[in-house]
Design a protein around this ligand. Sequence first.
Ligand SMILES: Cc1cc2nc3c(=O)[nH]c(=O)nc-3n(C[C@H](O)[C@H](O)[C@H](O)COP(=O)(O)OP(=O)(O)OC[C@H]3O[C@@H](n4cnc5c(N)ncnc54)[C@H](O)[C@@H]3O)c2cc1C
Length: 346
Amino acid sequence: MQAFIIFVPQNHLLLMLKNHPLRAYNTFGLAVKAKLFAEATDIASLKKLCQHDGPKYILGGGSNVLFKGDYPGLILRVANKGIQVIREDAEQVWVEVQAGEAWHQFVLWAVEHELGGVENLSLIPGTVGAAPMQNIGAYGVEIESVFDSLEAIEIATGQQVTFFKEQCKFGYRESIFKQALKNQFIIASVTFRLQKNPQLNISYGDISKTLEEMGVQQASLRQVSDAVIQIRRSKLPDPAELGNAGSFFKNPVISQDLFAQLQAEYPTIPNYPAVNGVKIPAGWLIEQDGWKGKQVGNTGCHARQALVLVNYGNATGQEILDFSTRVIESVHAHYGVRLDREVNVV
Ligand SMILES: Cc1cc2nc3c(=O)[nH]c(=O)nc-3n(C[C@H](O)[C@H](O)[C@H](O)COP(=O)(O)OP(=O)(O)OC[C@H]3O[C@@H](n4cnc5c(N)ncnc54)[C@H](O)[C@@H]3O)c2cc1C
């Protein structure tokens, strides 16, 4: 591996590494390499790296990417840190968090400071900067509910731009940064609006059941966070032990007509109301179709969570991608529903 140095303002040294291994930088644990790799720990470095010619890919914690192979350009890892209260009133606190902070560290900070709004999002891997990309969500909460604004650097110009909530066009695992502005901005920091007297949201999934098992009657923020952590640990494979990127597919929204046909055949099909139809859990379709726990070569669907594709050790990204295509085609052939990938394929 070779390294060369770029100087940036404020006497910072910026290292650029050649042929850098990425196994430790993607939770699938794929043994791919980047032609060039650099880590930006401040905004000046981010702006400097924007000027680099050739293809660039912005990386946070690598927990929602699937590398098909080696990356032929610059992997720019966002690693600026810091959490700062910037404003407060009687009910709310505005907190600006730098993009390279680990999401879960920020959740722990909020819980520690008794500020509510993100406790149901405990233990989601990755960075704060990537969280708005797909409007991360879990246990009935999405970050759009606490989102105030973000600062982003336009890659083409190096200009800093503020985006408010309406401009981000948040949807289910979606934002403008995954659609119209894909690969055009680096998110540098995000400001959240947290509550001093939050209404806890414990009705979703197993949270209230878990709190009961913990012997909790009047739950605190920390207890809700602990319950979510406990549930997630029991349900999801730990990427440190078994490479994965969480849910590989999004839950599809289907038309009322198709839903009526499926329900006639499968009366117990789980379903949730959605804006343009009915939302069906992708995991149910995959499991019903016989893929849960199925291993093909070095990859497969996890035995406890059909929605999670895993790397059993030496899988390549292409192998995982091909397997996901088989699952998509099989579910489509049997149920008429086309699954979309949630994971970003690089
Ligand atoms: C075990 C496990 C459980 C998970 N559970 C959940 C869950 O419950 N809910 C959920 O929503 N997600 C979940 N995920 C997915 C993942 O944690 C989130 O999508 C997370 O936000 C990804 O963050 P990251 O920093 O790892 O992003 P990366 O994987 O590094 O990048 C993801 C995308 O964001 C872009 N990106 C990253 N940082 C920036 C930036 N600063 N500016 C611009 N673009 C950027 C990348 O180019 C890429 O397109 C899970 C993943 C795992 C492995």
